[in-house]
Every structure is written in structure tokens, then in C-alpha cells.
Design a protein around this ligand. Structure first.
Ligand code: NAI
Length: 633
């Protein structure tokens, strides 16, 4: 066999080791699944004492189905054949008379988890990389290989739907707690534990009675609640898959083959095709982080304000040792408080929270500069202040360390004039809020040192953000495309259309937030300044000027276009959206993307789509602004 190895142990146990040929991670291609079928054939003839399924890869257990094969599906028949293949194979695995166990270490996603669920036992190895999930919904499809049948039976329908409808992953400890894993053990005892669990013959922990009711006669109650929850986040015309998952579970016990019309509709939908495209775009961005061997362990951030403070916290969360500098300790302490809240939310366990907090070191004197692999400047947006800082920094830095600025609006060409080695300055431009935004623009000025740019990309990837290389031009990519869009939205308000209606038009288009609410969130003063720089000399909209004059700066001041005194935008019910409004508002954004691609600010249309989706949330189901426009013309 090419991808699997079947090992017989003296104790009568067989171990099926999945080690996909020529790949660093395991994915379930047609060929790999056919081979697994052969293993089951062989074991049918002479049933073993037990079967352990494990991975031969360092990277993890199984990353999912083979996405390349999925990308090539071009007909409903092929879609049905794909679902049939996995559904039948895993049903067969679930029905074998001997005990089976999935030894899960590292990622176990999509089809990988569906395989593990078809085993009698699941043993999760407690390691940082271990994560289990059914992320099919993020590709616009459903877990049709038994996930929708078996996960609700294992963990109860509410927890299962939560995983299937959000695509979120869970770690080993949590998997055990919720009943997905039978046990969770450290790597050093996993071999012994796997064999013990397999042969002990213990029945699985049954689902509590109430959960069985909810997964049986009371399904419709759960389904109605889930539909309402999904409706708050995704419209069925944009994202049909989550609704299909709920229906398939509620009406067909998770068997998509019982509703072939649903398979046809979902698998051949433009949404699924576009979301697969977005997945590939994301992989392309990650690829920029792999073009250098650069590896950072220490980061020094200067400026503990809105951005610097959150950048430092994020880097510490991701395992870096971070020194955070500002003019005084008092200015650093609010950032530490926010960092603590972030660690608590993300890490949950007190030891891990403490470790992350230990890695974040207040450093008013800037002692960390000399040891840092990456130095990020995030002080006031002022050329003279940044010049003074760079002059003092450069001689103290390690050779080969990355020197980066987080500036939004200053030219790198102007900032670097004071440096001995001006070519080493790069932009590492994060977005606000740092913890939420996946994209980071890596900015190269004319003549920048390519090794420094690549190292910056590697660093960005290392902290689990998506690096997008851009050329140094005002607004780079993301802010440059948002400016004409927000301007168009505010012009619509000047024309007398209510802010709520403008926002509703773009929410219906598929944006995660309306443009007027976005202006309120960014701050009206910032929008005004960005407009001056990026709107090509256009007059500021009247509605903006009036509010800024009154000090109504948006969310941060409690009042902007909306009242924010409750912490959220208080919106009236939107009026009827005038026909063509969304297209009118989106088109300046798309025009600007086209121009930036033509000017070479971003290397090609695909990367521009990636940047705008991950930097602004531009409706992912469209496949991105350039893709969307091509589809329309
Ligand atoms: P901020 O005003 O919240 O924080 C700046 C911090 O820098 C202050 O705490 C200040 O005490 C400190 N600082 C000033 N001079 C210093 C010096 N010489 N040494 C040490 N600390 C010093 O500013 P914010 O919003 O965090 O912006 C920082 C940078 O990030 C700017 O270049 C801005 O363009 C950029 N940026 C801002 C975004 C935002 O949404 N606020 C988004 C992306 C980039």
C-alpha cells in the first residue's frame, strides 16, 4: 500500500498507520480511502483482537478530506459519489466486530474526525497541537461522512451543532470533558493507554438521558434554536451550508444520501466554490511566511497604546517573550490589564495564563531591544518622534533583527532616512482589534532588504496571522480600499438615506459590519484624517464634518452616527433599501482594488482578494472583490 501500513503486534492487535505519500500532512484522498478499505477487507478475513488507527506524521492525525479532489468536483454526480464513498467506508468501520481505537495526536479535522468517530474509542493525546473539529461549514459544505450522525450521539446535539455550525476546534482536555474523547493522556503514556483502552472492553460512556431526548424526539426544538442562532450570523442566501447541516441532522439523522438534492445544491453552490477559493487564498498567504528560516523568540514593542499594547499581548499569547516599552510604567499598565483579559479568555487554564503573563515584560527603559529578534515601533503617528526613536534604537539592535513600524499613514521612505541601514526598515501593519483581525500587511518600501521583508512575513506567520506583502503606498491595500467605500457610504447619508439603511444594504450584501458602523468603530476623527490622505482631494462628507465638530467621534466618545452609550450601536429599524444601493457603495471599493492591483501595490488579483477578505471581512462567499466583479461582468 502507498499510504497505509498495517502492523501486526504479538499481542494480536493490528495498528493501521496512515502516512500519506509525498505529503507532510495526512488527507483522505480517494486512493487513501480505498487503501483503508483494503485494510478492512483483510481484517474481515481474520478479525484481530483490536485495531488502532494512528498517524505516521509529525504534523498530526488527519487534516481532513483531500481538498484538491474536492476543488475539482464539477458535477452533482461526482459530489454524491464523494459523499457515498466516505459514508459507506466509515459505516463499515463502525460496524466491525472487533474493538477499534483512533489514537489522536495533533490535528484531527473534518474527514479525520469522522474516521475517529467511527472507531469505538477515541484516545486524545494532550499536546498543544491536538485539536479536533468539523470545519466543513467554513468551506460551504457539511460533514457528510458520518460526522452529522455520530458527533451528536457522542457529545449531545447542542455541543455537536455548535462545533459543526461554527467549525471551531477543541483541544484534548476539552474533548475528554465533553465526551468526544474517551480519555486524554500525555504523549509518554499514549501507547500503553491505547492498548489498555482497546482491550479493556469497557462500553462507551452513554449520552445522558436528556441529551438522548434532544437527539431523538426533541430534535425539532434543538433545530429551531440552532436555526435562529445561525440566522443572526449568516443569511441562507449567502451561506446555505449551516442550514443544510441542521436539516440533515434533524430530518435524516445526518445521512446526506437520504437527501441527494441537498448534496447537489450545496456541493455545486457558488458559495462552496468561493469558500474553497478563500481557503486556497489563505494557504497562499501562509506560504509567504515559509519563504525564510527566520524564527523569532523575543519581540520588543515600543508604544503601549491601543496597538502596541495589543500587539505585545498577542505575541506573548503566541509563545514569544515580549518586552513592552513606553514612556512610563503608568502608560504600560492599561496594556497589561488588557493582556490579562485576553489570556484569560483564550487560555482558560490558570497555569497557561500565568505563563503567558510571565512572558510579557514591562520595559520602560527599553532593555529588551538588545535581545529582540523583532522590534516593532507603535508610538504616536509623528515623523519626528519616530525619527528620534529609530536613531536611538538602531545601534542597540542585534544584527539580523527585524526593525518594523506599525505606521498606518507615514511613508516608510520618510521614516527610514535617519537609519544607518535604511533598507532594513519594514512595515508590519496590524489592524485594530489585533486579536480579532487575521491579516497583517508586510510593507516593503523601494529598495527594502528582501531578507528583512521575508523575515517579517515569517514572524507574522509564526504568531498565526496571515502576512500580505504590499508596496509602500498611502493606505497600503486595506485602508486604501476602505476609504472610498466609507466615503460613498457617508455621501449616501448626506443624500438623506438613514445610516441604518446604508448599513443594512451592505449587511445584506454580505459584509460583516455596515460601513457607517465601521466609521463609528474606527473613529470619526481617524476617518476624517484617512479621508484627507486617501480620498484623492474629495471634500469630506457633511455628515462627518458636523459630527466631528460636535466632538461626536464614534464608539470611543459614546456618540457618532449611532449612540454607543450602552457599549453597542443603538440602531433604529432600517428602512427599505433603495435598489442598487449596495452595488453603488461596493463599487468604489472594488474600483480601488483594481487600481492597486494595476499599480502593483499588491502583486496580483488573487492576493488583493485575500487581503480585502481577511483585512476587511469583505463577504467571503463572493470569493473576494476582484472575483466578484469578474463574476458580474
Ligand atoms: P496610541 O496613542 O494609543 O499609543 C501610542 C503610545 O506610544 C502611547 O502610549 C505613548 O505614550 C507611546 N509613545 C509615544 N512616544 C513614545 C516614545 N518615544 N517612546 C515610547 N513610547 C512612546 O497610538 P496607537 O493608536 O496605538 O497607534 C500607534 C501606531 O500604530 C501609529 O503609528 C498608528 O498609525 C498605528 N496604527 C494604529 C491603528 C489604530 O487603529 N489605532 C491601526 C494600525 C496602525
Amino acid at each position: 500500500m502507498k499510504h497505509w501500513q498495517l502492523i501486526k503486534e504479538e499481542n494480536g492487535i493490528f495498528v493501521a498507520v496512515f502516512d500519506k505519500a509525498h505529503e507532510s500532512a495526512n488527507s483522505l484522498s480517494a486512493e487513501a480511502m480505498a487503501e483503508f478499505g483494503e485494510i478492512l477487507d483483510q481484517l474481515d478475513k481474520q478479525p484481530p483482537k483490536g485495531l488502532i488507527v494512528r498517524s505516521g506524521k509529525e504534523a498530526g492525525f488527519i487534516a481532513g478530506a483531500d481538498i484538491e479532489e474536492f476543488s475539482q468536483l464539477d458535477s452533482a454526480e461526482k459530489g454524491r459519489a464523494l459523499v457515498t464513498r466516505g459514508w459507506n467506508l466509515f459505516n463499515r468501520l463502525a460496524a466491525v466486530p472487533y474493538p477499534t481505537l483512533a489514537l489522536v495526536r495533533g490535528h484531527c479535522l473534518g474527514g479525520g474526525l469522522e474516521l475517529a468517530l467511527a472507531c469505538r474509542y477515541l484516545l486524545a493525546v494532550d499536546e498543544t497541537g491536538t485539536k479536533m473539529g468539523l470545519p466543513e461549514v467554513m468551506l460551504g459544505i457539511f460533514p457528510g461522512w458520518g460526522g452529522m450522525l455520530r458527533l451528536p450521539k457522542r457529545v449531545g446535539p447542542a455541543a455537536a451543532l455548535d462545533m459543526m455550525l461554527t467549525g471551531k476546534t477543541i483541544d484534548a482536555k476539552r474533548a475528554k470533558k465533553m465526551g468526544l474523547a474517551d480519555d486524554c493522556v500525555p504523549p509518554r503514556v499514549m501507547e500503553m493507554a491505547a492498548r489498555q483502552l482497546l482491550l479493556l472492553g469497557q462500553p462507551r460512556r452513554p449520552l445522558p438521558f436528556m441529551q438522548r431526548l434532544l437527539n431523538g424526539p426533541l430534535k425539532s426544538v434543538v433545530a429551531n434554536g440552532a436555526r435562529k442562532q445561525v440566522a443572526r450570523k449568516a443569511r441562507p442566501e449567502h451561506y446555505p451550508a449551516p442550514y443544510a447541516i441542521i436539516d440533515l441532522w434533524a430530518k435524516h439523522d445526518g445521512n446526506a444520501l437520504a437527501a441527494p438534492e441537498v448534496i447537489d445544491r450545496i456541493i455545486t453552490s457558488p458559495t462552496a466554490r468561493n469558500l474553497v477559493r478563500v481557503y486556497h487564498l489563505q494557504e497562499r498567504l501562509k506560504g509567504f511566511g515559509k519563504s525564510s528560516d527566520f524564527k523569532a523568540t523575543r519581540v520588543h514593542v515600543i508604544g503601549a497604546g491601543v496597538m502596541g499594547g495589543d500587539i505585545a499581548a498577542w505575541c506573548a499569547l503566541r509563545g514569544m517573550t515580549v518586552t513592552l516599552q513606553d514612556q512610563t510604567l503608568e502608560r504600560i499598565s492599561p496594556a497589561l490589564k488588557r493582556a490579562h483579559a485576553l489570556f484569560t479568555k483564550r487560555l482558560r487554564e490558570s497555569l497557561k495564563i500565568r505563563d503567558a503573563f510571565d512572558r510579557l515584560i514591562p520595559d520602560p527603559n527599553g532593555d529588551g531591544v538588545a535581545h529582540a529578534d523583532v522590534v516593532i515601533e507603535a508610538i504616536f503617528e509623528n515623523v519626528e518622534a519616530k525619527h528620534a526613536l529609530f536613531k536611538a534604537l538602531e545601534p542597540r539592535m542585534k544584527p539580523g533583527a527585524v526593525l518594523a513600524t506599525n505606521t498606518s499613514s507615514l511613508r516608510l521612505e520618510d521614516l527610514r532616512t535617519v537609519l544607518q541601514q535604511p533598507q532594513r526598515l519594514v512595515g508590519i501593519h496590524f489592524f485594530n482589534p489585533v486579536a480579532m483581525m487575521p491579516l497583517v500587511e508586510v510593507v516593503a518600501a523601494e529598495g527594502a532588504d528582501q531578507a528583512a521583508v521575508q523575515a517579517a512575513c515569517a514572524f507574522v506567520k509564526q504568531i498565526d496571522k496571515l502576512p500580505l506583502p504590499v508596496r509602500s503606498e498611502p493606505g497600503f491595500l486595506v485602508n486604501a480600499v476602505l476609504a472610498p467605500y466609507m466615503l460613498a457610504a457617508m455621501r449616501a447619508v448626506d443624500e438623506g438615506i438613514a445610516p441604518e439603511t446604508v448599513d443594512e444594504a451592505m449587511l445584506a450584501f454580505g459584509m460583516p459590519m455596515g460601513p457607517i458602523e465601521l466609521v463609528d468603530t474606527v473613529g470619526l476623527d481617524i476617518a476624517m484624517a484617512a479621508g484627507k490622505q486617501l480620498a484623492g482631494g474629495a471634500d469630506a462628507p457633511r455628515c462627518l464634518i458636523e459630527r466631528v465638530e460636535k466632538g461626536q467621534l464614534g464608539k470611543k466618545s459614546g456618540q457618532g452616527f449611532y449612540d454607543w452609550s450602552s457599549g453597542r450601536a443603538a440602531k433604529a429599524v432600517a428602512g427599505n433599501v433603495p435598489g442598487g444601493l449596495a452595488e453603488r457603495l461596493a463599487s468604489p471599493l472594488i474600483d480601488r482594488v483594481e487600481k492597486l492591483v494595476a499599480d502593483g501595490v499588491v502583486a496580483d488579483a488573487e492576493l488583493a482578494d485575500a487581503g480585502v477578505i481577511f483585512g476587511t471581512g469583505f463577504a467571503p462567499f463572493t470569493g473576494g472583490p476582484m472575483h466578484f466583479r469578474q463574476g458580474m461582468t
